[in-house]
Design a protein around this ligand. Structure first.
Ligand SMILES: C[S@@+](CC[C@H](N)C(=O)[O-])C[C@H]1O[C@@H](n2cnc3c(N)ncnc32)[C@H](O)[C@@H]1O
Length: 260
């Protein structure tokens, strides 16, 4: 059973595409002509749907039935029950391939990159991912310290990912920092950087894989301390300035290997 068959039952409720992320994604895609896209690890199709609405034909690759079953059908999206390690697409069959917040879930990242490169050929490769070196400066880890170990052991460091892309594709990728808006609508791990109360909501936590990996003691203790700190104003004394900011660079990054 795929991991997201277990943890993804309510994913579509809290993990809606964010318009600022889709704007940046569409902007990057528009840098060279593309009409067919492979969305690898497409989840419930939140980003595939936006691409389809913008006229792209999308192959949405997703191994979890629980995730695929939450997708809204669109005539321009073809869903494929498959893993990145063995994509059911022929060589150079798409103009672009995207991996949105999924690369860190792939057990064999080299095989994933090889497969992505095989189907896209000289087309665009786009990743939306996280810089693991930023995790220890995120305040949430004071409450849930094992996030640091989880993130550092699952996300590839930026220089390493760049090196791997270059060694497989023989071309250089750009790294584009993506500061998160304070009203992000895709509730992934850093969604509450300026809205700490969100982490007290179990629906929000259920859409964040890092929360599913921490043990009950750490979870309960972190939630207890966070709610106490919020009630007593301690969180605001230390981090309240974040509530005034419209965006903040928590560590999310786009990677773009242009069409060559
Ligand atoms: C955090 S979700 C991201 C989903 C979607 N891209 C989004 O941004 O909402 C990660 C997805 O990767 C999928 N996934 C995990 N391992 C995979 C693999 N080996 N090949 C393809 N997809 C995989 C999971 O089933 C899950 O749906």
């Amino acid at each position: 059973m795929a991991f997201y068959d277990v943890i993804g039952k309510t994913y579509a409720q809290t993990r809606r595409s964010d318009p600022r992320i889709t704007k940046k994604l569409l902007e990057i895609l528009a840098s060279s002509p593309a009409s067919t896209i492979a969305d690898i690890g497409a989840g419930t199709g939140s980003y595939a749907s936006v691409l389809a609405e913008h006229g792209y034909r999308v192959f949405a690759i997703e191994p979890s039935e629980t995730m695929r079953s939450q997708a809204i059908a669109h005539p321009a999206i073809e869903w494929m029950d498959a893993y990145v390690e063995n994509l059911p697409l022929s060589d150079q069959s798409v103009d672009a391939a995207i991996i949105m917040l999924a690369f860190h879930h792939f057990p064999d990242y080299r095989q994933a990159l090889n497969e992505m490169h095989r189907v896209v050929g000289n087309g665009q490769m786009i990743f939306f991912t996280y810089d693991p070196e930023m995790i220890s400066s995120f305040w949430l880890t004071e409450y849930f310290p094992s996030f640091i170990r989880d993130v550092e052991s699952t996300f590839l460091p930026i220089p390493k990912l760049l090196e791997e892309i270059q060694s497989i594709t023989d071309s250089v990728a750009n790294v584009i920092p993506f500061p998160l808006p304070n009203d992000l609508s895709d509730s992934f791990a850093a969604v509450g950087w300026a809205r700490p109360e969100l982490y007290l909501d179990s629906d929000i936590r259920n859409g964040i894989s890092s929360f599913s990996k921490i043990d009950d003691d750490e979870l309960n203790s972190g939630l207890f301390r966070l709610s106490e700190d919020l009630e007593r104003g301690w969180w605001d004394r230390k981090y309240g300035h974040l509530r005034q900011q419209s965006e903040y660079d928590v560590g999310y990054r786009f990677f773009h290997r242009s069409a060559v």
